[in-house]
Design a protein around this ligand. Structure first.
Ligand SMILES: [Zn+2]
Length: 154
């Protein structure tokens, strides 16, 4: 997966084209516009995606359908309730690779944190029957804002 934004869009567009061809689906401009926003946002909720598309006349149904297609095409992954998030969040697959993400189980906020200790530890680790490519690590807990709310209640 490339790292520059334009390259990411080019790369994912090619994958989407192949996926649509495989299923005999049309290459509509809306699908590619939505994909370009997904590439720009990288991690988003449906509302955030919809807000980023307000200047265009793309129906809510098209946004939902395209997002499901992108999930099916494995270009986007959905973080669901198994992650303890309240609002489903989506992220571009591959771009967020080798990251540590912290998930607040109360408000559902997901943030990426850089931690050189963890990345070094995983890079140095040798596996007997496995060669790792990248990792995605999720830490669950309560964010600062939610912790304050919890203490206030007590
Ligand atoms: Zn929170």
């Amino acid at each position: 997966m490339p790292h520059k934004r334009d390259d990411i869009f080019q790369y994912t567009s090619e994958q989407l084209r192949a996926f649509l061809d495989e299923r005999n689906l049309r290459h509509t401009p809306e699908r590619f516009t939505i994909l370009s926003q997904v590439c720009r946002l990288q991690r988003f909720t449906i509302d955030e995606l919809r807000q980023s598309l307000t200047t265009l006349t793309i129906s809510r149904a098209t946004i939902y359908n395209t997002l499901s297609l992108l999930v099916e095409a494995r270009l986007v992954q959905k973080l669901e309730k198994e992650f303890g998030v309240r609002t489903a969040q989506y992220e571009l697959v591959g771009v967020t690779e080798s990251t540590v993400q912290i998930v607040c189980q109360r408000c559902g906020r997901v943030s990426v944190v850089k931690d050189s200790t963890i990345s070094r530890m995983l890079a140095d680790k040798r596996w007997a029957n496995f060669i790792p490519d990248h990792y995605s690590l999720y830490l669950f807990g309560n964010c600062k804002v939610c912790r304050k709310k919890i203490y206030k209640k007590q």
